[in-house]
Design a protein around this ligand. Sequence first.
Ligand code: ADP
Length: 274
Amino acid sequence: MTHDWKAIDAAVRVEPGKKSKLRARDCIGADLFPEREAAEEALKECAKAIDELQDRLWAERSRALLVILQGIDTSGKDGTVRGVFNKCGPLGVNVTAFGKPSEDELAHDYLWRVHMAVPKKGMIGVFNRSHYEDVLVVKVRGLAPAEAIEQRYAQINAFEKHLSENGVTLLKFMLHISKEEQRERLQARLDEPESNWKFNPSDLEDRKLWDEYQAAYETLLDRCSTAHAPWRVVPADKKWRRNAIIAAIVHGALEEMAPAYPRVDWRPSDFKVE
Ligand code: ADP
C-alpha cells in the first residue's frame, strides 16, 4: 500500500467531544489522494483486500462490521457501495437501504427496523441511509415532536455503544458534497435520458432546505461522534477520491480487527478423501 490510511482517517474523522465544524470542511479533499490514477489503484487494492478480510471474518463468525453511509441526495451513497464493495462476494455483504418507514415500522420505535438489519456475526453490513434519518429528514420536516428528536442523540449513542460492546464495529461516513456539485448532479439527471429515472421532484424540495439539512448534519456530527463509533466526513465532490478514502478506511479498520481463520483441533492428515 502506498497510502497512509491512518493519516487519511485522521483528516476526515470528527474527534469525539469536539465540534465537527462541518461548514469549514471542504468537499474536495485535494491533499488526500492528490492523483486520480493512484487513487483508483488504491481503491482496487483495498476492494480486493476487503474481500479477503471478509472471508476471514466469516470463517471466524464472531464479529461483524457495520458501514453507515449518510449524505444528502446525489452525494453518492449508491456509487460508494458499488465502488468499494464490488470485489466482495455477494454472500458476505448485506446492503440495506432505509427509505420512508412503512406503516408497520412506524408502529414501532425508530430503532426497531435498524436493529433488525444489523449484520450478523461474520458479515459486513452496509446501510444506505440509517437511523440518522430520524434526526435529519424527521427534524427538518418536523415529522416528530422536537422533544422526542432531542432525546434521540443520546439514544443513538447508547444503541451504538450496545452494538460495539456486542461484537459490531461501526464505521460512519458522511458523504460531504458542495451545493454547486449537487446542482450539477441533479441537472445531469435531467439532461441524460438514462438518468431521468433517478430524478425525483422531491429532491428539489429538499435542496431548498439545504441550510436546514447542513445544520441538522452538523448537530448529529457534534453529538454522535463517539469513541466507540466516530463519524468521518468524506470530501465527496470527486467520486474517485470519495471511493478511495472510504475503501482505505474500511480496509484499515478491518485489518485492525485482524480476523483470522480458525485453527482446527484435528490433523488434516488423519483423514483421507477416497
Ligand atoms: P435514495 O434517495 O436514498 O436513493 P429513496 O428515493 O428511496 O432513496 O429515498 C429515500 C427517502 O426516504 C429519502 O427521502 C429519505 O429522506 C426518506 N427517509 C429515510 N428514512 C426516513 C425516516 N426515518 N423518516 C422519514 N423519511 C425517511
